[in-house]
Design a protein around this ligand. Structure first.
Ligand code: NAD
Ligand code: TYD
Length: 337
């Protein structure tokens, strides 16, 4: 039995990963540690919350005593660190919690893992650590790290710490750097669910700047299968880029959402740009394709359709997450823009 500590498993990607593992891999026991910040939600786990191979623990990855206790009590042999403050705009509003969770939290997990000779420490990172691309080219695993937002700077720092623990103490690790994800259970502060929610409610769709910024979109399930491949098949110390090859401008994405929902383009509103906005991300996935035979299975068109259908079918989930704190956030981010 694999004994996995999944952190941030009540968030968007973490909960999709927990669902995938519990439904497909009977030989895995998951301890799911999550602080349940505004982005964490036990509803994301549904019936899997009570699965016999799943134990949810409400807590903080910065809490060293708790992490030690979890390692000892559950004989953890693998860590998958999804827990993070994950939204660029919030990191511009207030970077401190990004430093605490993304850097100090990762360090706390590494400290607990290093003496225990664990099987693997997988750090779930992002292609945003590479910074911005011009019109051409793609990020490879050899592209120098050059982060431009407080979020991506904190993720890059965490990646460096993970590597340093491997180099200094022989910790067996992998780092995955994935492009933008979308799919079920994504909190509607990120572009795709925010635009779906607004369009469903006939509210304006706030496009930053000219809307010609480019992201490489990957359906969340494909990200989860890539992480599982890395965990089970990659050699230690290897870093893998993960991406969908689905480069789109933000305007293209928003127009596709409007078309699918039968809403007018007049809902689009160009608003003041994000400070320091990275122009383009594109990920070269040759390494994971060739070495691990991983391929995305869901095209952008299919994935966007599935995602929109999911939000239409889960209006109560959406209503719950946009109540309370979300309204304050939305107002402070968009009211005077
Ligand atoms: P998310 O914001 O939806 O979820 C983050 C989860 O971490 C939440 O459940 C939250 O409660 C939990 N958390 C936050 N601080 C914590 C702490 N101190 N201790 C314990 N739990 C804490 O994020 P996501 O989109 O699911 O991203 C997951 C990971 O994947 C992050 O590390 C992110 O950097 C990375 N990533 C995200 C994307 C993307 O497009 N969303 C792309 C590439 C990489
Ligand atoms: P986002 O989902 O925040 O991901 P990231 O910034 O980590 O790539 O944003 C995706 C793109 O959409 C990015 O170029 C910023 C843009 N965007 C908007 O134009 N309007 C919005 O309201 C949001 C949230 C994002």
């Amino acid at each position: 039995m694999r004994r996995l500590l999944v952190t941030g498993g009540a968030g968007f990607i973490g909960s999709n990963f927990v669902r995938m593992v519990l439904s497909q891999h009977r030989d895995a026991f998951i301890v799911n540690l999550d602080k349940l910040t505004y982005a964490g939600n036990l509803e994301n786990l549904g019936e899997y919350l009570k699965h016999p191979n799943h134990k949810f623990i409400h807590g903080d990855i910065c809490d060293g005593a708790l992490i030690k206790k979890i390692f000892d009590e559950y004989k953890v042999d693998t860590v998958l660190n999804f827990a993070a403050e994950s939204h660029v705009d919030r990191s511009i509003l207030g970077p401190k919690v990004f430093i605490e969770t993304n850097i100090t939290g990762t360090l706390t997990l590494l400290e607990a893992a290093r003496n225990r000779n664990i099987h693997r420490f997988v750090q779930i990172s992002t292609d945003e650590v590479y910074g911005s691309l011009g019109a051409d080219g793609k990020f490879t695993e050899d592209t120098p790290v050059n982060p431009s937002s407080p979020y991506s700077a904190s993720k890059a720092a965490a990646d460096h710490l993970v590597k340093a623990f491997g180099h200094t103490w022989g910790l067996k690790y992998n780092i995955t750097r994935c492009s933008n994800n979308y799919g079920p259970y994504q909190f509607p502060e990120k572009m795709i669910p925010l635009m779906i929610n607004n369009a469903m409610n006939n509210k304006e769709l706030p496009i930053y700047g000219d809307g010609l910024y480019v992201r490489d979109w990957l359906y969340v399930y494909d990200h989860c299968t890539a992480i599982w491949k890395v965990l089970t098949e990659a050699a230690a110390s290897e870093l893998y880029n993960i991406g969908g090859g689905g480069e789109k401008t933000n305007l293209e994405v928003v127009e596709a959402i409007l078309q699918r929902l039968g809403k007018p383009k007049s809902l689009i509103k160009h608003v003041t740009d994000r400070p320091g906005h990275d122009r383009r991300y594109a990920t070269d996935t040759t390494k994971i394709t060739k070495k691990l035979n991983w391929h995305p299975t869901v095209s952008f068109e299919e994935g966007l359709g599935k995602t929109i259908d999911w939000y239409l079918e889960n209006k109560q989930w959406l209503a719950n997450v946009v109540s309370g704190e979300y309204q304050r956030y939305y107002h402070s981010m968009y009211a005077d823009r």
